[in-house]
Write a protein that binds this ligand. Structure first.
Ligand code: ADP
Length: 582
């Protein structure tokens, strides 16, 4: 249990002023709490000895009132100090997690699911905050209130105090046993919540597919099942949780029993006044809270421990795409020499790229074609350093791409991925994403090059039209062209179009390619495509098959040779003829 507080030492140190003050006030409250029971005892004895008058009564009542007001004010301030600081812990951890998420590579997101990551950033941080707030409170309070009350009881009668404390070790044992049970079950409950989060996120994302396949009922059933699993696991937590209070009540009950039984005996023997026994019993009543707090402490801290461990496992995952300390921060530019002997995806067995060698000079266009799954996208991912870990080297502007900072490298590359993504923002903001400072005329220029300007003007609010989440209100071709405009706005040294013209018709494709040629003179373009017309004018065309280059050359050269390219080109021409009724 102590470990979580040690783990959070960095935070307590950082907030030591607030925690110091908060804990100081808590201790003070614990001492003020001792006053009322003693005052009651004194008054009882005064009554019993028949010496109570109004003046004395008011004096004691005044003391009672002062103690009550003091406790009221101090309790307010320690709450602000301790709970207020705990909120800061969540903020810091959340920011740490978020910046970690943004630094992680694709491989990480392949391993982890979004719902799970969200659960870490919400439920788990909540549990950690509880530890830094209520956890600290219950720890300090159970020790100080408990300690001072026991001392005050010992002052009245140390023998009776010892007798009443006999059941305490049993309680300590039981609460620590429940604590370990709780740890395990809470961990499982959080994992189930992660899974449920994931399921919900995936279902909402895939709602169109679910509906078109008429799978709503099945989806609801599977949601129910997972939701029930969460309930079941949380019930287990609640069941263990529920053991704490009754156990503590029984133990305190036994203590009360002992105090009355032995206390009365001492009063009869003249060792204790009635007033002292009343004070003693009231003190014993004050012990209930610290005991409960002690039970809660186990509960809160075990949850915090489980959650902290979960978050730390995430934060400890190494960023696998790293920068060298001496990395070049300048924008990369120049020729590309791509020499990759072999690349295998993490956790896979067989290589997806083998012996890919080519050189591309500034201003040239490279076309990459081949069957689905032949490795076209993978080749691009290595170039933009989405994955490392290949044998060979990729040189860009005379330096290995690993020599650049990630920002330096990526600022040079305008990547339009296959699975384009638009933010829930205006069309203009989506296009200006990489550089929010650009002028409206630049935005329009990019849109015109991507042949989407006219479409945008047709939208209800033109460039200010808000694109729905994931751009649902636009057609696939429109989304593709906005993504192209987004890449063009950076005037990248290399423009990478990963099958980015698949959803536009052949005529639009031709216009876009013509615009690119005119507007991007001297800059490099890499295009992967299924429709060979998209890469026909490239300076170099690579044909990939199962990760290997089976053909390379210009369109004219490749058309001279029997092979995949020629066959495919003729076939696609025939298809087009048929389409146009030829
Ligand atoms: P293409 O772009 O030509 O369709 P890809 O480069 O996407 O081909 O894929 C090449 C091969 O690598 C395929 O067999 C695919 O299943 C596999 N692959 C692609 N991405 C990953 C990944 N992130 N992890 C593991 N295997 C992958």
């Amino acid at each position: 249990m102590v470990k979580i507080f040690l783990d959070l030492k960095w935070f307590f140190k950082q907030e030591q002023k607030a925690y110091g003050l908060g804990i100081g006030l808590l201790v003070f409250v614990a001492m003020l709490q001792l006053i009322p029971p003693r005052v009651i005892g004194v008054i009882v004895d005064l009554i019993q000895n028949d010496i109570l008058n109004l003046r004395i009564l008011f004096k004691w009542l005044g003391i009672l009132a002062a103690a009550a007001i003091g406790m009221y004010a101090l309790r307010y301030y320690w709450r602000i100090m301790i709970f207020g600081s705990a909120v800061k812990l969540t903020r810091q951890m959340r920011n740490r997690l978020y910046s970690h998420f943004t630094r992680m590579s694709q491989a990480f997101y392949q391993r982890r699911r979004i719902g799970d990551l969200m659960a870490h950033a919400t439920n788990d941080l909540q549990a950690i905050q509880q530890t830094a707030g209520a956890g600290v409170l219950t720890l300090v309070d159970s020790l100080t209130t408990g300690g001072t009350v026991i001392i005050a009881m010992a002052f009245i009668s140390w023998k009776l105090t010892l007798i009443c404390l006999i059941p305490m070790p049993i309680m300590a044992y039981l609460t620590s046993y429940y604590g370990s049970l709780l740890h395990k079950s809470f961990h499982k409950a959080q994992e189930a919540f992660s899974d449920l989060n994931d399921k919900t996120q995936e279902s909402i994302n895939g709602i169109k597919v679910i509906k078109t396949f008429g799978q709503e009922q099945e989806d609801i059933e599977s949601f129910k099942k997972q939701s029930e699993d969460v309930v079941k696991k949380n019930m287990t937590v609640a069941r263990i949780d529920a053991l704490f209070d009754p156990t503590i009540s029984i133990i305190v009950g036994i203590s009360f029993f002992l105090s009355i039984a032995y206390g009365s005996k001492y009063v009869l023997a003249g060792d204790l006044t009635i007033g002292e026994l009343v004070s003693f019993s009231t003190y014993l009543g004050l012990l209930i809270w610290p005991m409960l707090a002690f039970g809660w402490l186990f509960n809160i801290v075990e949850r915090g421990r489980a959650s902290y461990d979960r978050v730390m496992v995430l934060l400890d995952e190494k960023v696998d795409i790293t920068e060298k300390e001496t990395a070049i921060h300048a924008k990369a530019e120049g020729a590309i020499q791509f020499n990759v002997m072999e690349f295998t995806y993490p956790n896979e067995d067989s290589p997806v790229l083998k012996n890919i060698h080519f050189t591309l000079l500034p201003g040239q266009t490279l076309g990459v074609v081949g069957k689905t799954g032949s490795g076209k996208t993978t080749l691009l991912k290595l170039l933009i350093r989405e994955f490392d870990g290949y044998t060979g080297e990729i040189i860009f502007g005379g330096h290995n791409i690993e020599e650049y900072t990630l920002e330096g490298l990526r600022r040079s590359i305008g990547y339009v991925p296959q699975d384009h993504f638009l933010f829930s923002a205006t069309v203009a903001d989506n296009i200006a994403f990489a550089d929010p400072e650009v002028s409206y005329s630049d935005i329009m220029e990019a849109a015109k090059s991507a042949y989407i300007h006219k479409d945008i003007l047709q939208f209800t609010d033109g460039y200010e039209t808000v694109v729905g989440e994931r751009g649902v209100s636009l057609s696939g071709g429109q989304k593709q062209r906005i993504s192209i405009a987004r890449a063009l706005i950076m005037h990248p040294e290399i423009l990478v179009l990963d099958d980015s013209l698949s959803a536009v018709d052949a005529k639009t494709e031709e216009i876009i390619l013509k615009n690119l040629k005119e507007n991007r003179e001297g800059k490099t373009t890499i295009i992967t495509a299924h429709r060979l017309s998209a890469i026909q004018h490239a300076n170099l065309i690579l044909v990939l098959d199962e990760g290997e280059m089976i053909q390379q050359g210009t369109h004219e050269e490749l058309m001279q040779k029997d092979g995949w390219y020629q066959t495919m080109y003729l076939q696609q021409q025939l298809e087009e003829l048929v389409e146009h009724g030829g």
